[in-house]
Design a protein around this ligand. Structure first.
Ligand SMILES: *Cc1c(COP(=O)(O)O)cnc(C)c1O
Length: 428
């Protein structure tokens, strides 16, 4: 057994939402709710969100930036947890929403977002999606490419007023993150090079139906070095003076006991210090956090289905890559605890999922205390991109989302029914 897989006792709770605690009988409590009760009522697997912690995080994010830069807005990146109840928490706490594509526009509107507070992204926006965005009067459309400008111009001709937009600029920052999470390196598929951006700016400036509010940039995701995030400011500052600079998202979070992530103050300081140096005073700054807004407010509950002891002890649970693709897509490491025997130590095991792939491994080597069939496993920090990419692989019913707060647990997204799995078949 290596020390790297031995959790630090004092730190066990640290990965769960801030006011998580352990009952005398060893059961983990989140949002005032015992997790065994939550599993009993809603089944497993399930994503459990401390909605109080989520709301506090939204307020803290906004305060961190507004206190340093009065014209700051925080636009939650909807794609990190695209469910109406989560968007509602964001909207209720004064956040704007980042949306990519028609489905996320509709979700944001259903959550009660003011269309003017929507920032519309998309690598390959369709005519239909651009029409939806403009028909609903969205606040900003982010231009990724020259074809976006053509499409926007033809759609905006029907509009009463010019459509505000931003030009997305590749900052040329090679971030220290998984290749699939880097978006700001030279040659990225997202946005335009500074050279191309100048041409896009000139085209939009000439357009009678578009209004250029400013520039956008986004370095990548799960970045643990705030200097890399702040490095995005200089390349867009160099392109001229505008009203709005959208600095993207990307702040990383702590997933494992040994990891450290920058706190909000360090992040806001790094960005705003660069902004004071390089951006026009009084301009508007937008940040677009996804992962660092939602990841730590949630955990996923699984039931242990089988334990197979051998060269490696495989603890298999009733979920896996159907509800957490982060492990397969980015190699993200997670930790876990038995929710009713919460404590450090135990035997080294590998936690695997139920899907028919060897890659469906939730956690390679972790210590769990005497895992047995029927145990409830809690995997923390699953609020970001897990629900997003939940799927029906192997006929899995997609996971429900449960909000817990002040001792009350309520279902906000139901589990797929068996009928849902066949609902789109049109061949009788
Ligand atoms: C995904 C994305 C974000 C959010 O990134 P996180 O790493 O989740 O904070 C923000 N802006 C854009 C344009 C994105 O594509």
């Amino acid at each position: 057994m290596t020390t790297s897989i031995e959790p630090v006792a004092d730190d066990l709770l640290g990965l769960f939402p801030p006011d998580a605690r352990v009952e005398d009988d060893g059961t983990l409590i989140i949002g005032g709710c015992r997790l065994d009760d939550v599993a009993e009522e809603f089944g497993t697997p399930a994503i459990v969100v401390d909605s109080g912690a989520l709301a506090r995080r939204a307020r803290d994010y906004l305060a961190a930036f507004r206190s340093r830069w009065p014209r700051a807005d925080v636009a939650f990146a909807s794609k990190s947890f695209p469910c109406t109840a989560v968007q509602r928490v964001m909207v209720a706490n004064g956040l704007h929403l980042d949306v990519a594509g028609g489905g996320e526009i509709l979700g944001a509107l259903k959550a009660g977002a003011d269309p003017a507070a929507l920032v519309v992204h998309g690598k390959a926006k369709s005519d239909e999606e651009i029409a939806m965005a403009l028909d609903h009067g969205v606040g900003l459309v982010v231009v990724d490419n020259f074809d976006d400008i053509d499409r926007l111009e033809s759609a905006a001709r029907r509009a009463a007023a010019p459509q505000p937009c931003l030009v997305r600029v590749i900052p040329g920052v090679a971030a220290s993150t998984h290749a699939s999470q880097a978006t700001g390196h030279t040659g990225s598929k997202f946005g335009l090079s500074p050279e191309q951006a100048r041409e896009a700016i000139a085209r939009i400036d000439r357009s009678p139906v578009l209004r250029l509010d400013g520039l956008h940039t986004h370095v990548g995701s799960q970045l643990l070095d705030v200097d890399e995030l702040a490095a995005a400011v200089a390349p867009i500052a160099a392109l001229g003076t505008f009203d709005t600079y959208d600095l993207g998202g990307g702040l990383g979070v702590r997933y494992t006991y040994g990891e450290h992530a920058p706190d909000l103050d360090a992040y806001a300081d790094a960005l705003v210090d660069r902004a004071r140096e390089l951006l026009p005073a009084g301009c508007r700054i937008i940040v677009e956090p996804g992962r660092s807004m939602v990841a730590a407010a949630a955990c996923t509950l699984y039931r242990v289905t089988t334990v197979k002891r051998g060269t490696v002890t495989h603890v298999a649970v009733d979920g896996g890559m159907g509800d957490n693709l982060e492990v397969s897509l980015t190699g993200q490491r997670f930790e876990a605890a038995i929710a009713t025997r919460f404590g450090p130590g135990g035997e080294p095991v590998t936690v695997v999922g139920r899907h028919c792939e060897s890659g469906d491994q939730l956690i390679d080597r972790i210590c769990l205390p005497g895992p047995a069939v029927g145990d409830l496993l809690a995997v923390p920090v699953t609020g970001a991109y897990c629900y997003t990419m939940s799927n029906q692989y192997n006929g899995a019913r997609r996971v429900p989302v449960v909000f817990v707060e002040d001792g009350v647990a309520r279902l906000v997204v139901r589990r797929d029914t068996w009928a849902d799995l066949l609902a789109r078949d049109v061949d009788p």
